[in-house]
Design a protein around this ligand. Structure first.
Ligand SMILES: Nc1ncnc2c1ncn2[C@@H]1O[C@H](COP(=O)(O)OP(=O)(O)OP(=O)(O)O)[C@@H](O)[C@H]1O
Ligand SMILES: [Mg+2]
Length: 309
């Protein structure tokens, strides 16, 4: 049995930021980045369920073996999912040209014995997972974490387009914790202002809502409380996967029994180390993680939300 399972297709991307450019396609994707982060932090028994094309299958299996994560390929696809990400400015705005899209993963494709894994991270990248997948894990008692990004994206004329998909909110309702970014929160809630958007998503879904705001930090809404978490100020090399790493870290520290506030401080600290590196390729030094997390903890604010009317 596994401790945690991440669902979502692995991705091989080309990344171009103002500061760095990948030579060829590099491994990324929400499920992969979150799972590798948890493994790096010391969690054992992690599996990733996804689909990949023949072209990258061997490379993917080797990369996973090196990182002690078990890959479960449910369908061998014609193509491997991948994007050419071009960052248009210094604040993370990017254009995603589609290089390929693998098959989808329905709840019926999931190995049934894995549905009772204690922790499930649902991290699709582009439409490969629907609300049936978190629902299948939730029914069997897993604690379900969702990054809704892949439910809010589709391909239009060869590039990724974001759209308001009602299935994304349905998937949030089937999850215990959800992590949209600023744009995804707007699409889920119809509200521009981040705190109001997080409150609306939390109240509509019942899920703890961790809304990430890149270099502006994150806001976590649970019950009648909002935890305002700063980002650790650092230099940016590549923001790709910052949200996935934040999610993987949050999962790990909550699983270790930390409070939401303390787990969020570590998630923000580790994501700040990620943005100094290309894609998911970074290493963690305990002393540095502790130093940044302690800096963040000292600056977290907790707001009480008083219901009116
Ligand atoms: N420039 C930055 N400096 C410091 N921390 C950052 C920076 N960018 C992101 N982070 C940290 O990473 C977290 C997640 O970032 P972001 O909101 O960009 O996620 P995302 O858009 O989901 O990313 P992706 O989809 O590429 O994984 C932020 O809440 C913050 O803690
Ligand atoms: Mg994201």
């Amino acid at each position: 049995m596994f401790t945690a399972v991440a669902v979502g297709n692995p991705v091989y991307d080309i990344i171009k930021t103002p500061f760095i450019e990948s030579l060829g396609r590099v491994l990324s994707g929400c499920s992969v980045n979150a799972a590798l982060t948890m493994s790096r932090l010391g969690m054992k028994g992690i599996a990733i369920i996804g689909c990949i094309g023949h072209d990258y299958e061997e490379q993917y299996l080797k990369e996973m073996e090196k990182k002690s994560v078990t890959p479960i390929i449910v369908k061998k696809s014609r193509d491997t999912t991948g994007f050419k990400l071009t960052y248009l400015d210094f604040s993370g705005n990017r254009k995603l040209k589609v290089l390929g899209v693998s098959d989808g993963i329905a709840s019926g494709d999931l190995p049934q014995d894995l549905l009772s894994t204690p922790v499930a991270i649902i991290g699709p990248v582009i439409g490969e997972v629907g609300p049936d997948v978190p629902a299948a894990f939730k029914r069997r008692g897993a604690k379900v974490f969702l990054d809704p990004q892949g439910l809010l994206r589709r391909v239009k004329k060869g590039v990724v387009e974001h759209y308001s998909n009602p299935e994304a909110l349905e998937a949030c309702c089937e999850s215990h914790v959800v992590k949209p970014n600023e744009l995804e929160a707007k699409l889920l809630s119809g509200v521009d202002e981040p705190l109001k958007a997080a409150i609306k998503i939390h109240r509509a879904s019942g899920a703890v809502t961790a809304l990430t705001l890149a270099e502006k930090g994150s806001i976590i809404v649970n019950n009648n409380e909002a935890i305002i978490v700063p980002a650790y100020p650092t230099y940016l090399v590549d923001p790709t996967g910052a949200g996935d790493v934040y999610l993987g870290s949050l999962v790990y520290y909550l699983h270790m029994g930390l409070s939401l506030k303390d787990a969020a401080a570590y998630a923000s600290a580790i994501a700040s180390i990620k943005v100094e590196n290309l894609a998911g390729h970074f290493s963690l030094r305990t002393h540095e993680v502790e130093r940044r997390a302690s800096w963040i903890k000292g600056r977290i604010a907790v707001k009480r939300l008083i219901p009116v009317g």
